[in-house]
Write a protein that binds this ligand. Structure first.
Ligand code: ADP
Length: 286
């Protein structure tokens, strides 16, 4: 029997409290890196976290988040992989490592629908869905079927990236999914010798996008060779460092903001439903 995903407030178990899309509109801005590190950060804050990698054609999360336990088939359902305490599903488990996914859009969409309906996540506080770049068919399927609480937009400061993120924000707006906020990745490189912050990809693009669109700016992540290395080796920066680096601190700060904003969105949605109910009851009989 296909599994249903449960939205916040629904009491049936198994339950996922919040489902968050992480999107960029453009590839290469660090969306998967941000997804994985937000998952580590939320996990280190004591939450139960799952990650769904929805990039059918170029899944990279499995490399960044290697498994301690493989996914398993349980009847018609899939039990997700377990990766350092984080549950995870990816197309990478259904292809050999260097084999391309040569599938047409309806098949790719079918895989996404199975990820949405047939993965047995168990109880989760946060399910982070790493969106593929762009605003196509898969993105729309996710928006319409995955019961998202909201979306986090990832951009670099560069105008070309900001432009594409703006388009992705428009897509979410059209399907009435609230934006939790904007994260600016690769904001600057900190030059240890001079103590300077070098803005290699421009400055302030993420913040001005957030201001312009009236959504929260969640924070900046610097260009950090250790973060890049952590993605390549699958070793978490959160586990290794006694003294937290600026990057780890930033991810923790951003995660705290995400928790607060998502709670607020959920409260607003609940009170909207209540006021709608009241209006309904107060309507005169005709
Ligand atoms: P996307 O999911 O948007 O395509 P990725 O997360 O795969 O992007 O990141 C693209 C590349 O950039 C990867 O090699 C990743 O390790 C690197 N990267 C991402 N963010 C940073 C960062 N803040 N500092 C250094 N390297 C980064």
């Amino acid at each position: 029997m296909p599994l249903k995903m449960y939205k916040s407030g629904e009491s049936t178990s198994p339950k996922i409290k919040h489902i968050i899309g992480i999107a960029a509109g453009k590839g290469g801005v660090g969306k998967s890196t941000v997804t994985v590190n937000l998952a580590y950060a939320l996990k280190s804050m004591g939450y139960k976290v799952g990650v769904m990698d929805t990039d059918i054609y170029g899944p990279s999360i499995r490399k960044m988040l290697p498994e301690d336990r493989f996914p398993e088939q349980a009847g018609q359902n899939i039990i997700p992989a377990l990766c350092q305490g984080i549950r995870m599903i990816s197309m990478a488990y259904f292809r050999k490592e260097n084999e391309a996914s040569v599938v047409r859009a309806p098949i790719a969409n079918g895989v996404i629908t199975q990820f949405i309906k047939n993965v047995d996540w168990g109880d989760l506080d946060y399910l982070l869905i790493d969106f593929p770049p762009g605003t196509g068919d898969i993105q729309l399927t996710l928006c319409q079927q995955a019961n998202l609480s909201g979306a986090i937009m990832v951009t670099t400061p560069q105008q070309v990236a900001v432009m594409d993120v703006r388009k992705a924000m428009h897509m979410f707006e059209q399907v009435k999914i609230p934006i939790i906020g904007v994260v600016e990745n690769m904001s600057y490189y900190f030059h240890r010798q001079t103590g300077e912050e070098l803005h290699l990809f421009g400055k302030g693009g993420g913040k001005s996008l957030a201001d312009e669109t009236g959504v929260p700016f969640l924070g900046c992540i610097p260009i950090d060779p250790q973060l890049c290395q952590s993605g390549d080796t699958g070793r978490s920066l959160f586990a290794e460092q006694e003294e937290k680096s600026t990057t780890v601190k930033r991810f923790l700060e951003i995660s705290k903001q995400v928790v607060d904003h998502v709670d607020l969105l959920t409260e607003n949605a609940k009170s909207f439903m209540k006021s709608f109910e009241l209006q309904w009851k107060e309507m005169p009989n005709v």
